[in-house]
Ligand binder design. Structure first.
Ligand code: GLA
Length: 670
């Protein structure tokens, strides 16, 4: 079993923090390459991703192959002691392919077939694409499998970024085969989809189409199954490429770059992880998000959570602005360092950027890079070099694991379903709710793994489970076992409502969780935009309310007004050695914070005391523990530590972290 990165021999067995970027030398004249190599050395770059969009240069026509230029790039990188994360080059098809194989191009739900001219226009169910792409993979693996620079295979690129769903006839055929495997016979499908509603019943497999544009609301489970099918089709591409690579080069680890958390809504990543040796993620902060460092932390905790706590690779982030948001904000001084090291704190063993040199042409010409348009004589490149020096000092951290006693559970199926129509409220916004709980934990200096709902729960003392609406009874049993064995659980409104196929559990909400939570709800009473309800503990609720009837749960707060006035709003019940909380409205952020404090105390989650807006995360290794302190506030802070800061050499008992700065304190057992 290969390790996460197979570092070339010249690293002498030492494992550095991987530092680098996507390197796209094909966009530049060859004279530039020599300068690239020397600037990479100056910046401390040790790993670059090569070849992501190079298919058209590697196979310029159906008959011609040209690997000469890539040979020279890889040889030169090896000469400069820079390792390569080699992409399979299958992310974007050449124009000749899209022209010859029109049926391999994506079709929208309106039946429009897309044209060549952007990237990732291929249909995940296309046999022509599968065949052509595997030929590229085979040639890449045969040619470079033994190359001294090769450290890691990078399958495709952000699978599903632009082609998550295709509605073409080939997809329809694959969908039917997928459904036959899932349901066996049509009666099962008709029952699962509830097709006796609106005369939707199917009498032959051929009648089933992708959920293309139709007159009114489509069948919800038809639509949900199509999302699941589409995720599985992309997983199929990943599995085909990874399988071929493993057959040809078994000793080289394989990864692919995911897009957590945003793409998780549609892509069931927990079913992809068995195909990779290490989780890799791409993350870009949102210019419009005032607390974008919290969004970044969530993405990092999800990357770690998906890999069950193991270190992972940050495959892409940006040195400064991106090009695809409405307004592309440049990063403030220090933000580059804070962003990169926050990922590292949360378990990344690599911090790579998109991309090495800012493109001169093409759609991404206004995207930042390690070497900006201004060239190396620039503030940005100086920051890049300084980060490289920091990372060299942080090598001892590699391989250590981030300490996270809390699991924030994401049920991808429920997230996907929450984006469909015909729900009690269109305002639920799963991703905003996830962020609200995450932010409450972040503000309380509590580190959580953001985990899929099929993860191992036993690692955690406390599980927070927002809006797990589609829950089979067996899944509810897992939560009950967790609580009875001493775990603490927080469940929220619109949970346990229906089974995985959206068939509602009868007898009252929250269906599958009714007994565990000790309560029953007869109807949902969602709130209108701007509507606010007062609770007996002085807090406020928005978005949702429920007339909660307790069976044996204890009310902690009641609704004072609004559609559920006088009913309990927040409850708790003891079960076995643990306890289960229920929150039936969207609490204001102060109340959410207080609840998180209270629950964490009862779950006996260890706490680190620190000022507001100071991020504290601990990674623990066999020899030492590393406490990352990232000061997002405008005040300098002094924290008591018996240890040494790896970045400055400062040592305790008090380590000062200036506003905007980062410290990484190494503590060894005395
Ligand atoms: C994604 C892609 C890259 C590039 C960046 C721009 O992460 O993988 O190729 O387009 O976005 O932010």
């Amino acid at each position: 079993m290969p390790g996460p990165i197979r570092w070339p021999a010249w690293f002498g067995g030492q494992t550095p923090v991987a530092y680098g970027a996507d390197y796209n030398p094909e966009q530049w004249p060859e004279e530039t390459w020599a300068e690239d190599m020397s600037l990479m050395a100056e910046a401390g770059v040790n790993l670059v991703t090569v070849g992501v969009f190079a298919w058209a240069r590697l196979q310029p026509t159906p008959q011609d192959w040209d690997f000469g230029w890539l040979d020279r790039v890889l040889d030169s990188l090896a000469d400069h002691r820079i390792a390569v994360d080699l992409a399979t080059a299958t992310a974007s098809t050449p124009a000749w392919f899209t022209t010859r194989h029109r049926q391999a191009a994506l079709v929208t739900d309106q039946g429009v077939r897309l044209s060549h001219g952007s990237r990732q226009v291929w249909c995940p169910s296309s046999p022509d694409y599968r065949q052509a792409s595997l030929e590229v993979v085979e040639r890449m693996a045969s040619r470079y499998g033994d190359h001294p620079a090769l450290a890691l295979w990078h399958v495709s690129n952000e699978l599903g970024c632009h082609n998550a769903v295709c509605y073409c006839d080939q997809s329809a055929e694959s969908f039917r085969a997928w459904l036959q495997l899932r349901y066996g016979d049509l009666d099962n499908l008709n029952w699962a989809w509830g097709t006796d509603f609106w005369s939707q019943r199917y009498s032959a497999w051929e009648e089933i189409l992708p959920p293309r544009a139709t007159s009114s609301f489509g069948n919800p489970t038809h639509r949900l199954d199509y999302i699941r099918f589409s995720s599985d089709e992309l997983r199929g591409q990943l599995a085909a490429e990874a399988g071929l690579l493993r057959r040809l080069t078994p000793e080289v680890p394989v990864t692919t770059n995911l897009m957590l958390p945003s793409a998780w809504a549609d892509l069931d990543y927990s079913r992809w992880t068995d195909q990779v040796d290490v989780i890799a993620n791409d993350h870009y902060t949102d210019s419009a998000d005032r607390r974008r460092h919290v969004g970044l932390a969530l993405a990092a905790d999800a990357s770690r959570g998906l890999g069950q706590g193991r270190p992972w690779l940050l495959m892409e982030h940006s040195t400064s602005a991106v090009n695809w948001q409405p307004i592309n904000r440049a990063k403030a001084p220090g933000e580059l360092q804070r962003n990169s090291l926050a990922h590292l704190a949360r378990g990344a063993d690599a911090t790579l950027f998109f991309q090495w040199r800012a493109s001169q042409a093409g759609a991404e010409r206004h995207h930042s890079a390690m070497v900006p348009h201004a060239g190396p004589d620039s503030e940005l490149f100086r920051q890049v070099k300084s980060l490289g020096a920091d990372l060299a000092r942080l090598a001892p951290v590699v391989g250590s694991e981030t300490v996270a006693p809390i699991g924030l559970v994401v049920d991808q199926n429920s997230w996907a379903a929450s984006r469909l129509d015909c729900l009690p409220s269109s305002r639920l916004d799963f991703s905003a709710r996830l962020r609200a709980w995450y932010e409450a934990l972040w503000d309380a200096h509590l580190t959580c793994d953001v985990i899929p709902s099929n993860a191992d729960f036993d690692r955690y003392r406390l599980l927070i489970v927002p809006h797990w609406s589609l829950m089979d009874l067996a899944q509810a049993d897992r939560l009950r076992d967790f609580v009875e064995a001493g775990g603490h659980l927080v469940a929220t409104f619109f949970s346990g409502v229906a089974d995985a196929n959206q068939r509602v559990h009868l007898g009252g909400y929250p269906g599958a969780l009714r007994d565990l939570l000790g309560l029953r709800v007869e109807e949902f009473r969602p709130l209108l935009a701007g509507e606010e309800v007062n609770l007996s503990d002085g807090s406020k609720g928005t978005l949702w309310s429920e007339p909660v009837q307790v069976t044996d749960a204890t009310p902690l707060a009641r609704y004072l007004d609004g559609p559920s006035a006088s009913y309990p709003a927040v409850t708790v019940v003891r079960r076995g050695l643990g306890a289960a909380w229920y929150v039936s409205t969207q609490l204001d952020s102060a109340a959410l914070g207080e609840l998180v404090d209270q629950v964490a105390d009862q779950a006996q989650v260890p706490r680190i005391d620190a000022p507001a807006d100071v991020e504290i995360v601990v990674r623990r290794g066999p020899q030492a523990q590393y406490t990352f302190v990232i000061n997002h506030s405008e005040e300098d802070v002094g924290l008591r530590f018996n240890g040494v800061d790896l970045l400055t050499g400062d040592s305790g008992p008090v380590i000062v972290v200036p506003a905007g700065a980062v410290r990484v304190v190494e503590q060894r057992p005395s």
